[in-house]
Design a protein around this ligand. Structure first.
Ligand code: SAJ
Length: 428
C-alpha cells in the first residue's frame, strides 16, 4: 500500500494526510474547495494547529503530499468529510460522505481499501460499501474492502493524538479491518482494536454522548447548587475526589461540531432507547437560556438600584476555552441575544476584530477596557488570558461567572478550596 488519497482536507483530513505522507506514503489530498486546495499547495494549511505549517512545508517540499481538486487513483482512500445536520432537523446530512463515495467509485480498482473516518449514524459504512459496489461494478470483499475508523482527536493536539491515541477499526469484513490496521500502524503508536463496522460507528457515538451526559450532569448540579447558594465547581471538585467519580465541568452550554451533534445520530436511530441522551441534550441546550435569565435578573436589579442602562461586558465567545472556533458556540448565542437588547462590549482574544464586526458586534474591547466600562461582567469562556481578571478593579462590578473561571483562579492562587471556606468564615 503506497498511494493514499484523502478525501476532505479539513481539521482531520489535512493533518492525517500530512502524517501519512511523513510516514512513507505518497499522499494526494482531495478537496472540493478550489481555494483551499490552492492555499494548501502554497503552504497555507488554512487551519490553525500547532506544528502544521512546518509539517506541510516538509511534505510539499519532498513531494510526498499534494492537494488536488481532481481525485487521484490510490491503494487506499480515506474519507474525512463533515457530517452536519440536515437543514434545521437534527438528522445527519450524509451527502458529503456519499458524494465522496460516488467520486471514489470512479477511481476504484481491484485490491483497494476505503476507510470512512467521518462520524456517522450506525449502518452508514455498509451503505457506503453498497454504493461503492453499485457505482463501480466491483465486488465488495472480493475486489475492494471498506472499514470505519472514527477519528478521536482534540483540536490543538491533533498531531500528538493522531499518533498516540488508541483507535477502533471496524471492517465490513475481517480482511478490511486487517488492511486498515496495516494502514494506520505506519503512523499510530496507540493500540488498534479490530471489530465490525457497526460496532466502530456505535463506539464513536457513545464516546461523545458520554461526554454530553457528563456535562449535562455538571450543568444540573450547577442549577441545584445555584438554588442552594453553594459553589457547583467546589461540589464537583470534591465529588471527584471519590476514586470512581468523574463529573465534568458546568459551562454556559455545549458547543462545537461533535459533542452537541453526535448524540442526535443515536437519537435518530434509536428513539425509544436513547431517552437519557435526549434529556442530556435538552439540559445542555437549555443552559445558555439559564445564563441569559440570570443576566436579565441582574439587569432588572441594577435598574431598580438606579442604573438606567446597565452595560454588559461579555468575556469569551468561542465554543470552548483557548480555541478560535465559533461553531455552535453557546457563548456566541448568548452574546448575540444580549446584543439585541443591551449595551454590550465583547472581548474575544482568539477572534479577529474584523470577524467580530461582521457578526454584528460593534463594541470590541480588551478585557481591562471592557471590565472598567461595564456594570455587569459576564464570563462565558475560561480563556487563559482571562486568568488575569482578578488583577483588575472588580469592586462595584456585578460578575456572572458561567464557566468557573474565578474558582479556577482562586484554586491556582491559594492551592486550597477557598470558596466554601470563605463562605464559612463569613457565616461564623
Ligand atoms: N464542555 C463543558 N464542560 C466540560 C467539557 C466541555 O461544558 O467539562 C463543553 C465545551 O465548553 C464545549 C463542548 O462541551 O462547548 C465540547 O467540548 P469538548 O472539549 O468535549 O469537545 P470537542 O468538540 O472540542 O472535541 C471532542 C473531543 N474532545 C475531547 O477529547 C475532550 C474528542 O472527544 C472527539 O474526538 C471530538 O470531539 C470529535 O471529533 O468527535
Amino acid at each position: 500500500m503506497k498511494l493514499v488519497s484523502i478525501v476532505g482536507l479539513g481539521y482531520i483530513g489535512l493533518p492525517t494526510a500530512i502524517l501519512a505522507a511523513q510516514s512513507g506514503y505518497k499522499v494526494s489530498g482531495f478537496d472540493i474547495n478550489k481555494d483551499r486546495v490552492e492555499k494548501i499547495n502554497l503552504g497555507d494549511p488554512t487551519i490553525i494547529e500547532p506544528g502544521i505549517n512546518q509539517r506541510l512545508y516538509a511534505v510539499l517540499g519532498n513531494k510526498s503530499f499534494q492537494a488536488t481538486c481532481e481525485l487521484q487513483e490510490a491503494d487506499c482512500f480515506v474519507i474525512a468529510v463533515p457530517t452536519p445536520f440536515k437543514d434545521s432537523s437534527k438528522k445527519a446530512d450524509l451527502s458529503y460522505v456519499f458524494d465522496a463515495g460516488k467520486n471514489i467509485a470512479r477511481k476504484l480498482k481491484h485490491g483497494n481499501l476505503v476507510i470512512l473516518e467521518s462520524t456517522v449514524p450506525v449502518g452508514t459504512t455498509v451503505k457506503l460499501a453498497q454504493l461503492l459496489q453499485q457505482e463501480s461494478g466491483l465486488k465488495l470483499g472480493l475486489d475492494f474492502c471498506v472499514a470505519h475508523c472514527p477519528e478521536r482527536v482534540l483540536p490543538g493536539r491533533i498531531f500528538q493524538e493522531l499518533v498516540e491515541n488508541d483507535r477502533v477499526i471496524g471492517g465490513t469484513c475481517y480482511h478490511a479491518s486487517d488492511l486498515a490496521k496495516n494502514f494506520y500502524s505506519k503512523f499510530t503508536k496507540g493500540k488498534l482494536y479490530l471489530t465490525n463496522d457497526k460496532t466502530a460507528e456505535m463506539v464513536k457515538l457513545v464516546e461523545n454522548s458520554s461526554r454530553d451526559i457528563q456535562i449535562a450532569l455538571a450543568n444540573s448540579i450547577d442549577m441545584m447548587c445555584s438554588k442552594a447558594g453553594i459553589s457547583s465547581n467546589e461540589v464537583i471538585e470534591f465529588a471527584n475526589k471519590h476514586p470512581r467519580v468523574n463529573i465534568l465541568k458546568p459551562s454556559c452550554g455545549v458547543g462545537g461540531h461533535c459533542i452537541a451533534v453526535d448524540p442526535w445520530f443515536l437519537i435518530e436511530g434509536f428513539r425509544a432507547e436513547s431517552k437519557l441522551l435526549r434529556q442530556a441534550r435538552d439540559i445542555n441546550d437549555k443552559k445558555p437560556y439559564i445564563v441569559l435569565d440570570s443576566v436579565f435578573s441582574r439587569i432588572k436589579l441594577l435598574k431598580k438600584q438606579g442604573v438606567t442602562n446597565p452595560r454588559i461586558s461579555v468575556l469569551g465567545l468561542t465554543f470552548k476555552p483557548d480555541v478560535d472556533d465559533l461553531r455552535e458556540s453557546p457563548a456566541l448565542k448568548i452574546a448575540l441575544e444580549l446584543n439585541k437588547v443591551s449595551d454590550l462590549a465583547v472581548c474575544e482574544p482568539n477572534i479577529k476584530e474584523s470577524q467580530l464586526k461582521s457578526i454584528g458586534f460593534d463594541n470590541i474591547m480588551t478585557m481591562p477596557e471592557s471590565v472598567e466600562w461595564a456594570d455587569i461582567v459576564l464570563i462565558l469562556v475560561a480563556h487563559s488570558e482571562f486568568m488575569a481578571i482578578k488583577k483588575l478593579d472588580l469592586k462595584d462590578k456585578d460578575i456572572i461567572d458561567s464557566c468557573g473561571l474565578l474558582y479556577a483562579i482562586d484554586k491556582a492562587k491559594f492551592n486550597i478550596f477557598v470558596q466554601g471556606a470563605k463562605k464559612l468564615e463569613c457565616e461564623i
